[in-house]
Design a protein around this ligand. Sequence first.
Ligand SMILES: NC(=O)c1ccc[n+]([C@@H]2O[C@H](COP(=O)([O-])OP(=O)(O)OC[C@H]3O[C@@H](n4cnc5c(N)ncnc54)[C@H](O)[C@@H]3O)[C@@H](O)[C@H]2O)c1
Ligand SMILES: [Zn+2]
Length: 703
Amino acid sequence: MTENFDLFSAAAPADIAQPAIKIKALRDQLNHWAHQYYVLDAPTVPDADYDRAFRELQALEAAHPELITPDSPTQRVIGAVMDGLAPVRHAVPMLSIHTETDTEATGAQAFDARVRRELGLSETDPAIEYVAEPKFDGLAMSLRYENGRLVQAATRGDGEVGEDVTHNVRTIRQIPLTLPEGVPPLLEVRGEVYMRRADFDALNERQREQGGKTFVNPRNAAAGAVRQLDSGITAQRPLSFFAYGLGAITPPAEGGPVFRTHYEMLQTLKSWGFPVAAQVQIAVGATELVAFHQQVGASRDALPYDIDGVVYKVNSLQLQRDLGFKTREPRWAVAHKYPAQEMATRIEGIDVQVGRTGKITPVARLAPVFVGGVTVTNATLHNLFEIRKKGVRVGDHVIVRRAGDVIPEVVGVVPGNRAGYVPNFKMPRTCPVCGSDVVREKGEANHRCTGGLFCAAQRKEAILHFAARRAMDIEGLGDKLVDQLVDANVIRTLPDLYRLGLTSLIALERMAEKSAQNVLAALEKSKQTTLPRFLFGLGLRHVGEATAKDLARHFGTLDAIMDASVEQLLQVPDVGPVVAQSLHTFFQQPHNREVVEQLRACGVTWPEGAPAERAPQVLAGKTVVLTGTLPTLSRDAAKDMLEAAGAKVAGSVSKKTSYVVAGEEAGSKLAKAQELGVPVLDEAGMLALLQHAGGTAAKEGAD
Ligand SMILES: NC(=O)c1ccc[n+]([C@@H]2O[C@H](COP(=O)([O-])OP(=O)(O)OC[C@H]3O[C@@H](n4cnc5c(N)ncnc54)[C@H](O)[C@@H]3O)[C@@H](O)[C@H]2O)c1
Ligand SMILES: [Zn+2]
């Protein structure tokens, strides 16, 4: 082969020129992707695509060794030093790990066979002991301690020279800043900085709400956080750490520790305060490696952090030295991957889904793709802003991520695949489930259906809210029963609750007659309520308990609230434009008014009054204690009524107690009241007292 053979001249023989051109194209492509990934922390293709191109290059170079150059991505660790971060030369290089191409369990057997062959072992020699570890999906970090103090933290960079990120790594709480007495004077610990999935989801959720930049995956979020110039930003991004190896260390001749195995070294790191993953274990021979691969693979989704595979390492440090290194990788370790958690596929359409709280979520319909171990055909696009920010259009090639049991999501567009003009996605103006108006409030990223109770998608959540203790307080109407009732189509609107009969309840699975009767009794009891509870129970957006009370106090009657204009609503203390508009829109929808009317027709009732007559604080300054079970009122309802009249409801009886309201099975509080001579009332007595109070107020008002 001529030394300076012109690879690209037309005269070059086709069988050499073709692979050379292909090799150059692959190297350029890989370098471009690696730059985006390692330097910009912003990959544009899934790892699976990068890995495929990488393997293709490896295969071509293996077939044409004369075309290998030292700067090929296959021959060196890739990475770079970011502007503004100081370069750090590693005392011991930070290497890559060879990836086993066979992703089936048999990949472990291939590795074991290779190790045995390289060590010159025969079939009759004993099995090799390995340490099996999860392959954490974060970024490699070298931590240098001098005399027990963290003096430097550096990224891998190109393996020889990394970046000084000490200022940022100091903010990671799992990384000890000082070590216990007795550690070697020089110690470099190597490990992975990563972000837990829950922390990542919370971070992205926060970013989305604030219209900020979201991150593609935890690895990228972690890498971005570590490579900040301002450690204040790093401190706000929750990072974690696992130790898995050593760099430089005080040699035994100078009093440093003598480790015989990798496992022993990890246990020592743990005793010095470094986190070591609980899954790390010794595995003997290929069989135990296979078992480990399967076991970790099965629990992968349940782990609180992302892993992209497992790593097997020869345990004996002597054998590790015997095996040595090959360009950029140790021969004594291998990475055995799992199916990728990110894959590229095509968006065939964008639908919208209505959630239990009315939130409308655009969902991408996908060409089926195998990702994170399952075939995925839908992925969330979160909201309209995310679609715009990511520039997603129908027909685009996108990266889909599915990790853990999180809903699959579209994390970005693979650039350069759009055929021509494609219109932007538009939010529908009406709800696809119920046809109500779709709105987006100022300062909110999400669109919502205004259908409320009318919308089947929102029904279950709405019923649970209505039945909640602080609302209508319907005991026994929980998650499971509501699911059954709605799924069996027994209940479609709130009033249907009060139309429930014994027969339809008993017809439900696992419903005994006694419990059915209890539910009916609880429903009956809930009909006697208060206006604030009823309003709160309707589950109007932005109307919490306090606002419901304010509205009731201000308007006095439900009709006045339903008919109020936005301006009138704005006169209620603490009601701002958002709440006022949302209330007004809700009661403008005829079907919402219909629901209210039907509930009243079913016998749901509460004391009403004109605003001027309301809040007669005739029990002001009085302290009342409730005890026992009242015949018709729930404890909370009684409390609300007393408080509305200005009373303070206390938990224990003292000489200062004005009244004790006692129901059935009243115990020590009743005895105490009698002992102290505090007046005791039953429910009727309490209502009479309130009535009297109301009457007095009305009279006062009339005078
Ligand atoms: N999407 C893209 O554009 C793009 C570009 C470049 C690289 N990549 C991806 O990066 C990966 C290759 O990168 P690499 O060379 O950093 O990693 P690698 O696959 O060579 O693995 C070595 C790294 O594994 C990590 N690791 C995790 N757990 C470990 C353990 N228990 N023991 C030892 N090391 C452990 C360390 O950080 C170490 O640096 C590939 O998955 C590739 O797809 C993607
Ligand atoms: Zn709807």
